[in-house]
Design a protein around this ligand. Structure first.
Ligand SMILES: N[C@@H](CCC(=O)N[C@@H](CS)C(=O)NCC(=O)O)C(=O)O
Length: 215
């Protein structure tokens, strides 16, 4: 087995993308669950700048930031399951969309903390972003990267699971009008590595209700 360790927490979207990527590559690793309310010395030692998970330790060297980790995994084990497209133009598009989605993360996530007064405004704001992603990013493709799940799907799909959780907790429907995005999300959820590496919606709802003292 490679000297490969992943420091994470089970409920993190960022950690789950890395778990999926490692399984797609068929790479064995040791998983170390951290406690973000009492961060381990290991986490503080290997991610002293952001002090966040995921951290991938390869031969004792840390790699941080989930999307950078995905690229690292793809480049280190290129033989199996390409995650990023090889073609430079397609690659630049994949990076553009993950950046675009990443830039909207705080807007997506703020849904879970929104109040009755700001709910409507927030939903419209998120819907506008989702429509843009659907129309210009996904289009009529099966996955963002074509016929198989790739970089953008991993980044956005894991994040959408959490947006769904926010929808359930706030009892709102944000992306029911985005029919192509919904169909893509259903396909994403059916991919075996996704089924095996993402916590269920119910587990996440229970966790975040507790965290935000809801219900
Ligand atoms: N941009 C980072 C985000 C990582 C992140 O926010 N991780 C959260 C868990 S979901 C964390 O470790 N939070 C600890 C903290 O903020 O102190 C990535 O993509 O890896």
């Amino acid at each position: 087995m490679e000297d490969l360790k992943l420091i994470g927490v089970w409920y993190s979207t960022f950690v789950c993308r890395v778990k999926c990527a490692l399984q797609l590559k068929g790479v064995k690793y040791e998983y170390i669950e951290d406690d973000l309310s009492n961060k381990s010395d290991l986490l503080l030692q290997y991610n002293p700048i952001h002090k966040k998970v995921p951290v991938l330790l390869h031969g004792g060297k840390p790699i941080v930031e989930s999307l950078i980790i995905l690229e690292y995994i793809d480049e280190t084990w290129p033989e199996r399951y390409p995650i990023l497209p090889k073609d430079p133009y397609e690659r630049s598009k994949a990076k553009f969309w993950t950046k675009f989605m990443g830039d909207q993360e705080s807007t997506f996530w703020s849904l879970i903390k929104t109040t009755e007064e700001t709910k409507e405004k927030k939903i419209n704001e998120i819907l506008e972003i989702l429509k843009t992603i659907e129309e210009h990013g996904l289009g009529d493709k099966k996955f963002f990267s074509g016929d198989d799940m790739g970089f953008v799907d991993l980044a956005f799909g894991t994040f959408m699971r959490w947006l769904k959780v926010a929808e359930v907790i706030k009892e709102v429907k944000v992306f029911e009008t985005c029919t192509r995005l919904q169909a893509w999300f259903e396909r994403f959820n059916e991919v075996p590595v996704v089924k095996e590496n993402l916590p269920s919606q119910d587990e996440l709802v229970a966790h975040y209700k507790l965290k935000f003292c809801i219900g």
